[in-house]
Design a protein around this ligand. Structure first.
Ligand code: FAD
Length: 391
């Protein structure tokens, strides 16, 4: 059996690693070059993501991924100013209630991606945007890419994110809703806030500072093991640049409107915009944003996909953000989809289940437990068009 995966994000790479572990031939086609744009600094990984990584990664990769994580985060809290002091005014367990975020650990995104790519170098083709597919009479799928490549496989998996071109052909009725929210995200070395009350207040909690009319989401990532040491121990062949200079940091994210973001798009311009929006915040919060690494600062557009009615299964499917974008925990859902699909394709490869039935079962599960999408208004539906979505 041969599988083509479109998209080298967390979902596509987890799937590719899992398929390779099962001895299934896999090819990954990625639109961007190897040094692609950043999608943020860290991810909060919960039990769904951890289970998927444990099942799909070789043991040494898993150990290295765990070293790229911070401590367990079990609580979420709100900080506010009380008598001029940043004070915890609310604290709750992170229990996934009402489809929310579950307990877990932060993981450094670029380092996780480097680990996920490691060992797949021969299987991933960069600079190869998917353009279209054809299903053939013999049941195989022929796939065409913008760099001129053409490939054929038994199954095609679109793991190409919220603007998925695979979904656009497979499920043209699906619309991405632009929620109108933008998120500025970045990180500053932990030293920036060392010995401040802010660091003490954040602790190991998922924190939201709601101060002077602004919200700043905060999280501390203290690597479980220094990444340089972990690399020597677990994956000495991992390219050194993935760990060089890795240090503990405090991640921040600030929700803004499109008007507040303006035309800022390069990391430096987004960082400058964040600094100007943060002006007037109490000193330690301002220090986190002023002290952020400019190159690691990004602006992300927040999209949603309304629940999709069932569609007939076939050898082409979509996973992760391509079918259920969820800003706070979509990475976990993408990895879980990958794990489920890996198992389904492995059963097919062993002759235990028909390919289309196996894919159909995974799609059914994805649809039935998709907590990601919130209902949207008719007006938002009208304003939506996935052909305009380029994230
Ligand atoms: C502000 C914010 C904070 C978030 N925080 C968290 C968090 O803490 N925890 C969490 O679990 N999730 C979080 N998420 C969600 C998470 O980032 C996504 O759900 C996750 O990255 C989705 O993974 P994916 O593999 O489906 O898609 P992506 O990671 O988007 O990967 C898609 C890949 O496909 C490639 N691609 C696109 N088009 C093509 C094409 N035509 N041909 C070939 N390749 C293509 C892209 O370049 C990309 O590499 C957050 C999201 C946002 C916006």
């Amino acid at each position: 059996m041969k599988v083509i995966v479109v998209g080298a994000g967390v979902g596509g790479l987890t799937l590719a690693q899992g398929l390779r572990r099962e001895g299934i031939e896999v090819r990954v086609y990625e639109r961007d070059g190897p040094q692609r744009r950043r999608q943020g600094v860290s991810l909060h990984l919960d039990d769904r993501g951890m289970t998927a990584l444990s099942a799909c990664l070789p043991p040494a990769h898993l150990k290295m991924a765990q070293a790229a994580m911070g401590r367990q985060r079990d609580r979420t809290q709100v900080l506010s100013e009380v008598a001029g002091e940043l004070t915890v005014v609310r604290s709750e367990p992170l229990n996934g209630g009402a489809g929310g975020v579950r307990a877990g650990r932060q993981v450094d995104r670029p380092l996780l991606r480097a680990v996920l790519l490691h060992g797949l170098e021969d299987a991933v083709r960069f600079g190869a945007p998917f353009t279209r597919f054809e299903t053939r009479a013999n049941g195989t799928v022929r796939v065409y890419f913008g760099d001129g490549s053409v490939d054929t496989a038994d199954a095609l998996i679109g793991a190409d994110g919220v603007g998925s071109a695979v979904r656009r052909q497979l499920l043209p009725q699906v619309r991405v809703i632009d929620t109108g929210k933008r998120m500025l995200m970045g990180a500053a070395p932990l030293a920036t806030v060392a010995d401040t009350v802010l660091l003490t207040r954040i602790g190991d909690n998922a924190t939201s500072a709601q101060v002077r009319g602004r919200i700043v989401v905060l999280g501390v990532l203290r690597f479980t093991e220094p990444p340089v040491t972990a690399r020597d121990r677990w994956l000495p062949d991992l390219h050194a640049a993935a760990v060089t200079g890795a240090e503990d940091y405090v991640m921040w994210a600030m929700p803004v409107t499109p008007d507040q973001l303006g035309s800022a798009d390069s990391p430096h311009s987004v960082w400058h915009r964040a600094r100007s929006l943060a002006r007037g915040l109490p000193a330690p919060l301002l220090d986190v944003i002023d002290g952020a690494w400019p190159h690691a600062t990004v602006a992300l557009r927040i999209g949603m996909i309304p629940p999709t009615p069932a569609w007939p299964a076939g050898p082409v499917t979509v996973i992760g953000d391509a079918i259920h974008a969820a800003p706070g925990f979509g990475g976990n859902l993408a990895m879980r989809d990958a794990y489920r699909l890996r198992d389904a394709l492995a059963r097919t490869a062993r002759g235990q289940e028909d390919l289309v039935a196996a894919i159909g079962a995974v799609e059914h599960d994805m649809r039935s437990d998709n907590h990601a999408v919130k209902p949207v208004s008719a007006a938002q539906h009208r304003s939506a068009s996935h052909s305009r979505w380029h994230e």
